[in-house]
Design a protein around this ligand. Structure first.
Ligand code: GUN
Ligand code: ZN
Length: 640
């Protein structure tokens, strides 16, 4: 898997399935294997997608279809040369309680008809069953999973495999399922048996099931949310790390004259105008559609449903590219209180999610409501406040109308006192790092008193008192007195600022005199020098300190091993030294606290510095991925 862009646990990534490249996240329309039963003909489906899902059990049970599939292959049967995924009959098992095919039979059949990705015959346990039943079903699913992998190891089958996660609504069973399945070499991990939950709007349960599974699933394999075809849930599911979706909804909803939108479902009879401009909606009025024959109407409605389904996925991908997926989700969850409720439970899992959330983003943080304060950026800032070294501190309130960055709009006498500016949800913004993402790069409306994070401020203040002693926290009188005393001293506040920024970004204190160069136009920091050697540039959109070769050496010198190291194998050393990108298969170890887009040091096993660059992956992924880009190298150390 190769990750191109990311936000939250969501990512745009490519994988190879039988030599066909697939970009995720994406939707697999459910296509009936019998052309006569396809509501939207395959030639229209093809316009939307390179991957579809169909049901091998239906083919297996129908003599005519089976003959063609066995003779000509499933791709010819359906008339689709993209990726074909098949389900196994588990769904029918869930609905009818029984089916007449054995687990290995249906696997052999899927393989024989040339399916690209097949599915084991897992048991979809419904929600809220007796625990004993959920355990028993899961045990059986795991047994079948092991047998499937064994069948492939014995080369009796050769197709890629879906290994479905089950466990009903018991979250510990979902965890167990994910752990056990992870140790088996499946290619895709679907999360199963969520359809009944989705149908009852129990999105909160779905969110918890996704997260409890994700925590223990391998990071380098796609996750498919089985049976989730409504676009209003896509953005949240992608944010939580789901890569694949299947949609029968586009057709099923059309059968009942239901019209999908990205914010909910409408009924054709309720509509005077179509809130959409797809080819169907721009050619017909609701009234005209209603006057058509049932079959034609159904087919046109299904086509519209496909348009909005794929449109929402494209919108999600754009949001990932500009790192505004959280904002999109916060918009979507307001479409239904049950969705909002589901989003609110995400907070419980923030320490897990935060590790995958990019350390820096292209878009500003937009506050859209109370839930925004529990986003990773806020959680992380509160942790990172403790990375700064505090000497003397002055805490102050600020007029809400002062624009950020504060340091450009406040008239502050710059001293070695750390000014902490109270902030309604970031807690405190240290004056000297106020230009760093997200401390200036966020927007929020005037907030109510109750929305202020007073608990955090209190806790942090206690931590600070413990750390530096109460007497070092200055009140206004002592602070003013100190400023007056300070005026006579020489103070390189630029250097002090750079030191603080290094503490915040890398957790290191480099006690040296830095010199800075500012932009002639904006007056903003541009370059950082150490004795005339350029060590960092200050990236304009997030004010991160981006090391030069000299800067990387400096960091390597000051950061104790293993901080910010990515250790690579010997065979990749020469490439890295020459400044070539580092691929995940060469990573042998790393600092356990690397976030996506952190600036890292690439070293060998003896901690010799080889190169420096941006990690595309977090620590866990660096170790788990065996293909794809790991570190985008800025430069190698070749030649000293
Ligand atoms: N389709 C919808 N849910 C499921 C599930 O849990 N397992 C399988 N195999 N297919 C499904
Ligand atoms: Zn439309």
């Amino acid at each position: 898997m190769n990750i191109k862009d990311r936000d939250g646990l969501g990512k745009i990534a490519t994988i190879k399935i039988k030599n066909k490249e697939l970009e995720m996240p994406t939707i697999m329309p459910v296509v009936h294997p019998n052309p006569k039963k396809q509501i939207v003909p395959i030639k229209i489906i093809k316009k939307f997608t390179k991957i579809i899902i169909t049901n091998s059990y239906i083919i297996y049970k129908n003599e005519e279809l089976r003959e063609i599939a066995l003779k000509e292959g499933v791709h010819n049967l359906i008339g689709f040369d993209g990726i074909i995924v098949t389900d196994s009959g588990s769904y029918q098992l869930g609905v009818y309680g029984d089916i007449d095919v054995k687990p290995d039979e249906i696997l052999l059949f899927q393989d024989k008809i040339g399916v690209d990705v097949g599915t084991i015959l897992d048991i979809p346990t419904p929600p809220d069953v007796e625990r004993e039943k959920a355990e028993k079903d899961l045990e059986e699913t795991l047994k079948r999973a092991k047998e499937a992998i064994k069948l492939r190891e014995e080369k009796k089958i050769n197709l890629l495999l879906n290994g479905t996660i089950q466990g009903s609504t018991f979250l510990d069973l979902r965890q167990l399922s994910a752990k056990e399945m992870s140790s088996l070499n499946f290619d895709i991990y679907p999360i199963g048996a969520v359809v009944p939950l989705m149908e009852e709007y129990r999105y909160k349960d779905v969110v918890e099931i996704i997260l409890n599974s994700k925590m223990y699933l391998p990071t380098n394999k796609p996750v498919h949310l089985f049976g989730c075809g409504h676009p209003m849930f896509f953005s949240l599911a992608v944010l939580l790390g789901c890569d694949l979706f299947d949609s029968a909804a586009y057709a099923l909803y059309a059968k009942d004259d239901r019209y999908l939108t990205e914010t909910g479902t409408l009924h054709l009879e309720e509509l005077k105008e179509f809130p959409c401009s797809c080819p169907v909606c721009s050619s017909y009025t609701p009234k005209e559609l209603l006057s058509l024959e049932k079959k034609d109407r159904e087919s046109l409605l299904a086509e519209h449903n496909l348009y909005v389904t794929f449109e929402e996925m494209k919108r999600i991908k754009e949001a990932i590219r500009e790192n505004s997926l959280w904002e999109l989700v916060e918009e979507r969850v307001r479409c239904h209180p049950k969705l909002l409720e589901a989003y609110r439970t995400v907070r419980k899992y923030i320490s897990f999610i935060e590790k995958f959330d990019p350390i820096t983003k292209k878009s500003a943080f937009f506050y859209s409501g109370y839930e925004s304060r529990f986003r990773p950026e806020v959680y992380r800032h509160k942790k990172r406040l403790k990375r700064l070294k505090y000497n003397k501190v002055y805490i102050t309130d600020i007029n809400k109308n002062i624009e950020r960055p504060y340091s450009e709009n406040l008239n502050v006498v710059e001293t070695d006192v750390d000014i902490l500016i109270k902030h309604p949800f970031f807690g405190y913004i240290p004056y000297y790092i106020d230009t760093v993402y997200p401390l200036s790069q966020h927007e929020y409306p005037e907030l109510y008193e109750f929305e202020y994070d007073k608990d955090f401020q209190k806790d942090f203040l206690n931590w600070l008192k413990n750390k530096i002693g109460e007497e070092k926290i200055l009140d206004i009188t002592t602070y003013n007195y100190y400023i007056n005393y300070f005026k006579s001293k020489e103070f390189n506040s630029d250097s002090y600022r750079i030191r603080k920024m290094l503490q915040y970004q890398y957790g290191v204190d480099i006690d040296l005199e830095f010199k800075v160069e500012r932009s002639k136009n904006t007056g903003r920091l541009r370059y950082v020098y150490l004795e005339d050697k350029l060590v960092f540039s200050v990236r304009s959109y997030d004010n991160f300190l981006i090391p030069t070769k000299e800067g990387a050496k400096l960091l390597w010198d000051y950061l104790d091993f293993p901080k910010y190291r990515v250790v690579i194998s010997e065979e990749a050393e020469e490439f890295a030294k020459k400044g070539r990108n580092v691929f995940a298969k060469f990573v042998v170890d790393c600092y356990p606290n690397i976030y996506p887009y952190d600036e890292v040091l690439v070293v060998n096993k003896d901690d010799e510095l080889l190169a420096y660059g941006t990690s595309i992956l977090n620590s866990r992924e660096l170790l788990e991925f065996d293909s794809g880009l790991a570190v985008k190298i800025r430069g190698g150390i070749k030649g000293g």
